[in-house]
Write a protein that binds this ligand. Structure first.
Ligand code: URA
Ligand code: SF4
Length: 224
């Protein structure tokens, strides 16, 4: 009984990560080659957590959205941003007049990190740590190198840490272009999950602010 309880509460992981996804990047990568190679990635311990969810979208995308990591529904579907946070992102894109089919959507970390609830089998999201974010970075780097988006949208603190450094504060710098070598325009905003998690009295404002940031993105796409 005790053993089962400990096991059920422990996160996935505890595997045998090599320390970097760079060990799994194929020679002369293309997006399809990367996607295929990522299914064998053991760059960090999260490879034991389920299926890898690689970025999706056309190579010619002008804009790339970078989230944290796939969630429960994304892991099951094998596609990024298809769960509740994805639906909110879709709504914000639609309202801003951005066609999701034309954007590249990906995550800083490509495996869903979770722990099991003590009382149910539900998989509870866990934030990826510095080691996992660093280990997974080569995939994101390759995605950016191959798609060369003119606009990169950083969704939340984990993506900001991966692309803009740990000192970057999304709450202070959201919604305006930040200096970066990564692309012509790099804009950070909150993660759509944070809007969904906001307390009842604050959710509407959080949603409006998120939508406003995505409208800023749309204006920059139009300029690009
Ligand atoms: N949250 C993310 O950061 N990415 C997804 O793909 C889904 C939810
Ligand atoms: Fe590889 Fe990234 Fe998955 Fe870690 S999270 S195993 S680095 S794909």
């Amino acid at each position: 009984m005790v053993r089962a309880a400990v096991e059920s509460a422990s996160p996935c992981g505890g595997g045998t990560g090599t320390g970097s996804a760079a060990d799994f990047i194929p020679p002369r990568p293309t997006l399809p080659k990367l996607r295929e190679a990522a299914t064998r990635c053991r760059g960090c311990d999260l490879w034991t957590c389920g299926r890898v969810v690689f970025g999706e979208g056309p190579r010619s995308a002008t804009v790339m959205f970078v989230g944290e990591q796939p969630g429960d529904q994304e892991e099951q579907a094998g596609h990024p941003f298809v769960g509740p946070a994805g639906k909110l992102l879709d709504a914000a894109l639609e309202e801003a007049g951005i066609d999701r089919k034309t954007v590249y959507v990906t995550n800083a970390v490509k495996h869903f990190k979770y722990e099991r609830g003590a009382k149910s089998a539900r998989r509870i999201h866990k934030k990826p740590n510095d080691t996992e974010i660093r280990a997974c970075h080569p995939w994101l780097e390759e995605e950016i190198r191959l798609t060369k988006p003119r606009v990169i949208v950083v969704l939340g603190a984990t993506a900001a840490q991966a692309l803009l450094g740990k000192q970057f504060r999304v709450t202070q710098q959201r919604g305006k272009p930040v200096k970066s070598e990564l692309a012509e325009t790099v804009i950070a905003t909150v993660h759509p999950s944070s809007v969904l998690r906001a307390p009842d009295g604050e959710r509407e404002r959080a949603r409006n602010e998120f939508f406003a940031d995505i409208r800023v993105v749309a204006r920059h796409i139009a300029k690009a």
